[in-house]
Write a protein that binds this ligand. Structure first.
Ligand code: VGL
Ligand code: ZN
Length: 199
């Protein structure tokens, strides 16, 4: 049988109500994910982990406000409010998330000049995080994804999982989206086109 892992994306305080980049209802998925963990022999978490002054922050760009776009050397980038700054409470996992169940925590977005939505690659789609190598060495071939945000880090991770040859299934009830200019429907379509199973 395929060896499966639960990949929990960015369930951090800043993406929950009251956080710097709050996703509506973001905290409501925590009990769902905790229950899901019981069904998996492998649980892996990702943690958005930016240095202060990160290039994905609007505050790092003169005259820019959050949710505007800029062109980076690696392509278009949404500018976000300052969020998930390394070592802050906002970057910490939601206090009710059962983090002790995780065998691996992948931190991403720690290079000042490049953002990283995906658990596999930074936003240049070329710099790897090392997750594919870890999964391969462990014999894990199939991923179930949940977390925040559906249309950014979850979607990019699921699509890259397929690109790297893993099975990928997204449990939509265990995700919440940002939905910036229709990004939720667009990314659901892109996931389906990539062969990601939406559940
Ligand atoms: C995310 C925007 C910026 C996410 C992370 O976790 O979906 N979105 N950083
Ligand atoms: Zn981020």
């Amino acid at each position: 049988m395929a060896k499966q892992a639960l990949l929990v994306i960015d369930v951090q305080n800043d993406f929950c109500p009251g956080g710097a980049l709050a996703v509506e209802d973001g905290d409501s998925i925590v009990p769902i994910i905790n229950r899901m963990m019981d069904d998996f022999g492998h649980v892996i978490l990702t943690q958005d982990w930016h240095p202060a002054g990160h290039s994905s922050f609007a505050s790092s760009h003169e005259g820019k406000t959050p949710f505007e776009f800029v062109t980076m050397p690696y392509g278009q980038q949404v500018l976000w409010p300052d969020h998930c700054v390394q070592g802050t409470q906002g970057a910490a996992f939601h206090p009710d998330l059962e983090v002790d169940r995780a065998e691996l925590i992948i931190r991403k977005g720690f290079r000042p000049q490049i953002d990283s939505y995906s658990a596999f690659f930074e936003n240049d789609h070329a710099t790897p995080t090392g997750l594919a190598g870890y999964l391969s060495e462990r014999g894990i071939t199939s991923l179930v994804l949940a977390g925040l945000a559906t249309d950014y880090c979850v979607a990019y991770s699921a699509i890259d999982a397929k690109k790297r040859g893993f099975e990928a299934e997204v449990v939509l009830d265990a995700c919440r989206g940002i939905d910036l200019d229709g990004s939720l429907e667009r990314m659901k379509r892109e996931m389906q086109d990539a062969g990601v199973v939406l559940q």
